[in-house]
Design a protein around this ligand. Structure first.
Ligand SMILES: Cc1cc2nc3c(=O)[nH]c(=O)nc-3n(C[C@H](O)[C@H](O)[C@H](O)COP(=O)(O)O)c2cc1C
Length: 370
């Protein structure tokens, strides 16, 4: 039987499981229409908010590059260097909700069979801000959006009640999700930050609030490197910098192991099907791409072609196992990630992860309490 690239995720049907994540590739109507034309199964809009947004002058994103033959990492473009990661300090969309509303409707009318997810963000901690979440959610779902993605993850917010500052607080994550779920008629996905001690804690908060899926993750909070010659940050304005977001792989296996029956959309460092396959094998039902698309004609036409061809070839190669679609192999390597002590030791020696049944650590505690 032929490979089937389509999938159903949180009740929404996708022509393929590949989405453009919320970022510059999805910041305008023309970009999103082009993304659907070149074959993306879904698009998450650049995050829409109600608070005023003005970006810094100069570049909002830079790409960190690694040399093949030296340990040097730098944003400087140079021959032979390969992409390491993106660094950005771009805020959410600087376009208003009024600007977005008619465009969302037009995009949906042009591509009714493609999945349009609205990324939204407001504050937290008081009723006015919680009502802002509801206002954004209602406006987007009225335009026919297929799902909502809550931005609980942006790493560079001055406001303590927004973005990853909310995403690090399990109670706030839960409250915001619940408030949106109260009015949502479409699935609600919670996009979390990897900059936390244990992302499972915040994911539990989102799921308790009623989230239909966890999206992991946004970028890590980080600073750009300092150039050893100029002693200036590789991104700066008037010599000044603030924290931004460094792209990289997420803590996906922790999440899918903790909540094996829940839905996950994986993000972080995906540019080929081989990368995406890792997320599917760990339990994700869809994956999202940002940096690779930004570097490929703004909306990633080559990237989506490689992703869909790669999935088709993988399914064909594994047809004998009965794998026809993503759900047939999703999560099949999730249980291979185990504690250190579960990894075989040489000579069959027993190892208990640094603990001993009777040992000096326990004796020490006993001594201190007497
Ligand atoms: C320039 C830039 C802007 C971004 N803006 C948003 C945003 O508005 N909302 C959001 O949820 N994530 C935003 N992100 C995060 C991306 O959606 C994505 O989570 C992150 O880049 C990791 O994916 P990648 O490794 O494919 O780049 C942005 C990322 C970049 C590089």
């Amino acid at each position: 039987m032929a490979a089937d690239l389509s999938t159903t995720f949180t009740g929404v049907r996708f022509a393929n499981p590949f989405l453009l994540s919320s970022a510059p590739p999805t910041e305008s109507e023309s970009n999103i229409l082009r993304a659907f034309e070149v074959g993306w199964g879904g698009v998450v809009t650049k995050t829409i908010g109600l608070h005023p947004v003005v970006n810094v002058v100069g570049p909002k994103t830079k790409f960190l590059r690694a040399d093949a033959d030296s340990p040097r990492l730098s944003m400087k473009k140079r021959p032979g260097a390969a992409l390491h990661s993106s660094w950005n300090w771009e805020l959410i969309s600087d376009k208003t909700l009024d600007w977005w509303v008619p465009r969302l409707g037009r995009i949906k009318a042009a591509f009714p069979d493609r999945v349009l997810v609205a990324s939204i963000m407001a504050g937290s901690g008081n009723d006015t801000e919680l009502r802002h979440w509801q206002k954004l959610a209602v406006a987007c779902q009225e335009q026919g959006c297929d799902a909502l993605e809550l931005n609980l993850s942006c790493p560079h917010m001055d406001r303590p009640d927004m973005g990853s500052n909310v995403g690090r607080d399990k109670e706030l994550v839960s409250i915001v999700t619940k408030v949106v779920k109260e009015i949502a008629k479409i699935p609600v996905w919670a996009k979390l930050t990897p900059s936390t001690t244990d992302i499972v804690v915040e994911a539990r908060g989102a799921l308790l609030g009623g989230a239909d899926a966890i999206v992991s993750s946004n970028t890590f909070t980080s600073l750009p490197l300092i150039d050893p010659e100029t002693l200036e940050f590789e991104v700066n304005v008037d010599g000044l910098v603030s924290t931004g977001g460094l792209g990289g792989p997420a803590k996906m296996s922790q999440l899918t192991q903790a909540f094996p029956d829940k839905s996950f959309s994986g993000i972080g460092g995906i540019s080929t099907f081989a990368h995406a396959l890792n997320y599917f094998l760990l339990g994700c039902g869809t994956v999202q791409v940002c940096t690779a698309a930004m570097l490929d004609a703004a909306v990633g036409p080559t990237v989506i072609r490689e992703l869909t061809n790669g999935l088709r070839q993988f399914l064909d190669a594994n047809a004998a196992k009965g794998w026809r679609r993503v759900d047939d192999f999703r999560g099949t390597r999730r249980d291979r990630v185990v504690a250190q002590s579960k990894i075989r030791r040489p000579g069959e020696k027993d190892y208990r992860g640094g603990y001993e049944a009777e040992g000096y650590a326990q004796e020490d505690i006993a001594t201190r309490t007497t």
